[in-house]
Design a protein around this ligand. Structure first.
Ligand SMILES: [Zn+2]
Length: 674
């Protein structure tokens, strides 16, 4: 019996993970493709005149089985993959592209949507229905539904090929990340604090090795680059980290990038846009490439000026230690960490015992309770991996959502941190509540010890939980606009905004407790931690903004024939500091090349930061980080509103106006240097 093909009788309709086998997916997907196709054929061929119910609502229902199967499958391929699932994923990607293109190119179906769209003011639709209809219509147009003849055929072939390239890019990256690790002997641990030795020992054990292993997981390699006093080993690790996707051989992503960029440009031209960036940015809050470039360049100059000043300081520190030559990218984090100790008397090893994973989860939950009145109850249910845990989320005593937290790095998980869902929220057919998951790559403590986070990790936890709240508080009728289904440059607002509550002193005073003594973080250490918040922002802004500018440039004009050459030209044109690299160099820039998601959209984090800085200032102005009225407005217009209105309308409804870039520059401490 295939569990996907029967009704689930589990608590909260959770996927029955203890019954799902890898071999269930292929037949379940076959059935789901059949059902989706049959539903589309029925809607398109409906003899009745098109109306909202028989066309748009029917479309909303057409992927019911697919949502059920894909919801589980794509969470597993990200968080707990294996060769069988990866092989199926490769098979599936062209099939998805084909179904999508078939649906979008169905002339009868588009005619129905188009008819409704033209009559929309006379149909007596609610605002939400009007919005959903408009989005469907736009989706069809942007997919090429209005194209005819050869253009139509070519667009379909291009889309199919792009999907295959995106999957190949991801899998190559995963292979490079999984394969590389650096074993360290007892004599190669110079400078490494206990938590890092423990995590490295755990990583070695997981790989069946003795001693200590540094892998390419951020939670190992970043602290290694900070603490290791062995410059030769830092260089070796850093070079491997930077070479992901660029190692030659079967997993090299460079030719995939070239082909992807050319095909994207062709796709945009077929649809009548000057460039792929023009096409991609049209539905976003930013709207145009020039608006994006203006924002990025307004931040670039003050950030680079700050980074140049910092590089001079770090070079001096290095030379004082008797190391000659230039400051290299594998030196920056190391000397920055030392400088942080010197200037802020703050080091990660002193801080780390105060950031216990479980206490930080409690902190995130508590902030959500105080802001939005949701509470959390641990659930004992089967999940897809023993490290994953689940909670029931309640609001006013009523079931609101199920939250799954999957926090630890492991070889079967891709790198990074993300929020996803097994099921979205909707009210079209009953009150369907979300099952939302946060996946992170924190280092797991040895058996019996509490897992400790860096302060950055704690930020990541709050960030992803902000996305989760956006998903779990969703209160709309149609899945099309539920939860995080909003403009790409708006989707990071709820997540980045939520990070602000981590740095509220009363939150840390309550939840930052020492893992051994149980004592609260001392006031003076907390003060130093918060004072150091803007530390090294020149570095992080430069590495981010350079990536965003390369992404924009790649897509805003003719496709480069040699993207690596073009990347070098862009960076040299910007005056990229020599000791800083792009946060994501092109061959491993998964945001941009794993799929279309963030292509010419990597700027979105900063665009959202403009808003999150401005939005949190509202709470500061109110003098209470948990101000009831503001929190209620925030929930109503942002966290529960999904994509029910245009992003600028949602933001204005909360704040009464649109934000400017000033709060962001203030937030990063660039005001003096600007
Ligand atoms: Zn995010």
């Amino acid at each position: 019996m295939n569990p996907f093909l029967s009704d689930w009788t589990t608590a909260f309709n959770l996927p029955p993970f203890d019954q799902i086998k890898d071999s269930d997916f292929a037949p379940a997907f076959d059935a789901a493709f059949d059902q989706s196709r049959a539903a589309i054929t029925a809607i398109a061929g409906d003899p009745a005149k098109p109306d909202f119910a028989n066309t748009v609502e029917a479309l909303e229902r057409s992927d019911a089985l697919m949502d059920k199967v894909a919801g589980v499958f794509f969470n597993l391929t990200g968080a707990n993959s294996n060769p069988a699932l990866e092989a199926l994923q490769r098979d599936l990607s062209p099939k998805f592209a084909e179904l999508h293109s078939e649906t979008m190119m169905n002339a009868d179906l588009f005619a129905r949507v188009d008819t409704l769209f033209k009559q929309r003011t006379t149909l007596g639709l609610t605002d939400e229905q009007n919005r959903v209809l408009t989005l469907y219509h736009r989706m069809f147009l942007r997919a090429g539904a209005a194209l005819r003849g050869d253009d139509r055929t070519r667009l379909s072939a291009v889309s199919k090929r792009l999907a295959i390239l995106g999957t190949a890019f991801t899998q190559n990256l995963l292979a490079d990340e999984r394969e590389w690790f650096m074993l360290l002997g007892d004599d190669e641990l110079d400078g490494l604090p206990d938590f890092l030795r423990d995590a490295a020992a755990e990583a070695a054990k997981e790989r069946g090795e003795k001693g200590y292993a540094i892998t390419l997981s951020r939670s190992l390699i970043v602290p290694f680059l900070q603490f290791s006093t062995r410059r030769d080993l830092r260089e070796k690790a850093y070079v491997a980290w930077g070479a992901r996707g660029e190692n030659g051989g079967k997993t090299d992503n460079r030719s995939i990038v070239t082909e992807t960029l050319a095909l994207r440009q062709e796709r945009a031209r077929l649809l009548g846009y000057a460039s792929f960036a023009d096409f991609k940015l049209e539905p976003e809050m930013a709207k145009t490439p020039s608006a994006v470039r203006d924002l990025l360049m307004a931040v670039w100059q003050p950030a680079k000026a700050q980074a140049d000043r910092d590089a001079a300081v770090l070079t001096g520190m290095m030379q004082d230690e008797g190391v000659n030559g230039d400051l290299e990218p594998w030196d920056w984090r190391h000397y920055a960490a030392k400088r942080r100790v010197a200037e802020h008397d703050l080091d990660e090893a002193e801080l780390k015992p105060y950031f216990q994973l479980d206490r930080m989860i409690d902190a995130a939950f508590d902030c959500a309770t105080r802001l939005f009145g949701v509470t959390f109850r641990p659930l004992d249910v089967p999940l897809y991996h023993s490290d994953a845990r689940a909670w029931e989320v309640l609001k006013n005593g009523k079931h609101q959502a199920v939250f799954v937290g999957d926090y630890f790095a492991r070889p079967s998980k891709r790198s990074g941190a993300w929020c996803s869902r097994f099921r979205g929220q909707s009210r079209l057919d009953g009150d369907v509540r979300p099952i939302t998951v946060n996946v992170c790559n924190f280092a797991k403590a040895p058996e019996g010890q509490p897992s400790l986070l860096t302060f950055d990790d704690a930020h990541t936890l709050f960030h992803e939980f902000g996305h989760a709240l956006h998903s779990m508080l969703s209160d709309v009728t149609y899945q099309m606009i539920e939860g995080t289904s909003v403009a790409r440059d708006f989707v990071e607002l709820p997540s980045q905004l939520f990070e602000h509550w981590l740095t509220v002193p009363e939150v840390l005073q309550k939840f930052a407790t020492h893992s051994v003594t149980g004592k609260t973080i001392p006031t003076d250490l907390l003060g130093r931690l918060l004072a150091a918040r803007n530390f090294d922002q020149g570095f992080s802004t430069v590495e981010y903004t350079a990536s965003a500018l390369v992404d924009l440039d790649f897509h805003a004009g003719p496709a480069p024939t040699d993207p690596m050459q073009r990347q070098a030209e862009i960076l040299s044109g910007l005056g990229m500091p020599a000791a800083i690299h792009m946060r994501h160099a092109t061959p491993h820039f998964a945001h941009v090349f794993s799929g279309d998601g963030y292509s010419s959209g990597y700027y979105s984090y900063m665009w959202s930061e403009v808003m999150d800085a401005d939005a949190f200032e509202a709470f500061e102005e109110a003098g209470d980080p948990f101000d009831k009225d503001l929190a209620a407005r925030l929930e109503r217009h942002i966290y529960s509103a999904g994509g029910s209105r245009e992003a600028d309308a949602l933001y204005t409804a909360f704040r009464g106006r649109l934000p400017g870039v000033e709060a962001l520059l203030r937030g990063r401490g660039f005001t003096e240097s600007a």
